[in-house]
Design a protein around this ligand. Structure first.
Ligand code: ADP
Ligand code: MG
Length: 253
C-alpha cells in the first residue's frame, strides 16, 4: 500500500493555546517499502503516525493510502505502540488473538495463521503463559504478532524497541525487519536511533526540531538487499550515520 504525506501541518489546540507540531511535511512511502522517521524529541513523529493511522486529522494537507484520503482509522493499518501494551491477565494466545476477537474474526483459519506466526517467532511453546513470564524481546515479538494478526497492509511502529537492551534490540530489529519484508508489508518506523533507521529502512525521513519540518530524505539504495546486522559493517553505514547526525544538529553540551 502506497502512503502519501502531502503538505501536512498539524497544530494542536489546548487550553494553554496552540501548539504547532508539524509544518508542511511531504514525502512518500512506496508500496512494500520500509521508511524510518528520525528527528529530535517532540518534533511530531508520533503525531505523524497518528495522522497516518487516522486517529487525528491534519490541520492542513492530506494523507493518502493508495490515493485515497485518510479520514478515519482503517483495518488496513496496524499500529505497534512503543510500550507493548500486552494485557497481563490474558495469556499470550488471548493477547495475540485480541484483534480478531474484537472484530469477530476468531475463525479457524485466523487461528491457524496466528499459530504459524507464533511458531515462526519461537513463541509457540508460550501460548498458554502470561506476559510476565516472557523476556522483553519475547514480549515485543508478541506485540508484533498481535499487530500482524489482523493482517494489516501497513505497519506503523512507534519506537518499538526502546524498552529493550542493546543485544535484544539488535536481534529483535533483525527479526522484525525480516518478517515485514517476507510478508511484503509497507512499514513506517519512528525511532531516535540513527543506526536502527539505517539498518532497517529503504528510506529515511529526517525532521527538524518542533515544529517538525522536512529536513531531508535519504534513499538507502546502497544497502538494498543487505540484511539488518550486515549493514552495520558496511563503510557506507558510518558515512550515512554522520550525515544524519549532522542534520539532526544534536547539541551536546
Ligand atoms: P515526538 O513523537 O516526535 O516526540 P509528538 O508527536 O509526541 O513528538 O509531539 C509533538 C508535540 O506536540 C509535542 O510538543 C507534544 O507535547 C505535542 N502534542 C502531542 N500530542 C498532543 C495533544 N494531543 N495535544 C496537545 N499537544 C500535543
Ligand atoms: Mg513520540
Amino acid at each position: 500500500m502506497r502512503i502519501e504525506i502531502r503538505h501536512v501541518s498539524m497544530t494542536y489546540q489546548s487550553p494553554d493555546g496552540e501548539l504547532e507540531a508539524l509544518r508542511d511535511v511531504s514525502f512518500e512511502v512506496a508500496d512494500g517499502s520500509f521508511v524510518s522517521i528520525v528527528g529530535p524529541s517532540g518534533c511530531g513523529k508520533s503525531t505523524l503516525l497518528s495522522l497516518i493511522a487516522g486517529l487525528e486529522r491534519p490541520t492542513e494537507g492530506a494523507i493518502l493510502l493508495d490515493g485515497e484520503a485518510v479520514t478515519a482509522p482503517t483495518e488496513k493499518v496496524g499500529f505497534m505502540p512503543q510500550r507493548d501494551q500486552l494485557f497481563e491477565w490474558r495469556t499470550i494466545w488471548r493477547n495475540v488473538m485480541l484483534g480478531p476477537e474484537i472484530r469477530g474474526e476468531d475463525t479457524k483459519a485466523r487461528q491457524a495463521a496466528v499459530r504459524a506466526l507464533l511458531e515462526q517467532y519461537a513463541l509457540a511453546g508460550f501460548a498458554g503463559k502470561q506476559p510476565a513470564q516472557l523476556s522483553g524481546g519475547m514480549r515485543q515479538r508478541c506485540a508484533l504478532i498481535r499487530t500482524l494478526a489482523v493482517e494489516p497492509s501497513v505497519l506503523l511502529l512507534d519506537e518499538p524497541f526502546s524498552a529493550l537492551d542493546y543485544q535484544t534490540r539488535l536481534a529483535v530489529s533483525a527479526d522484525i525487519s525480516r518478517i515485514i519484508r517476507q510478508t511484503n508489508k509497507t512499514a513506517v518506523l519512528v525511532t531516535h536511533d540513527i543506526s536502527e533507521a539505517i539498518s532497517m529502512s529503504d528510506r529515511i525521513v529526517v525532521l527538524t526540531h518542533r515544529p517538525g519540518r522536512l529536513r531531508s530524505v535519504h534513499d538507502l539504495d546502497a544497502f538494498a538487499d543487505v540484511p539488518v546486522l550486515e549493514r552495520r559493517a558496511m563503510p557506507a553505514f558510518q558515512a550515512m550515520f554522520n550525515t544524519i547526525w549532522e542534520e539532526l544538529d544534536v547539541n551536546v553540551s
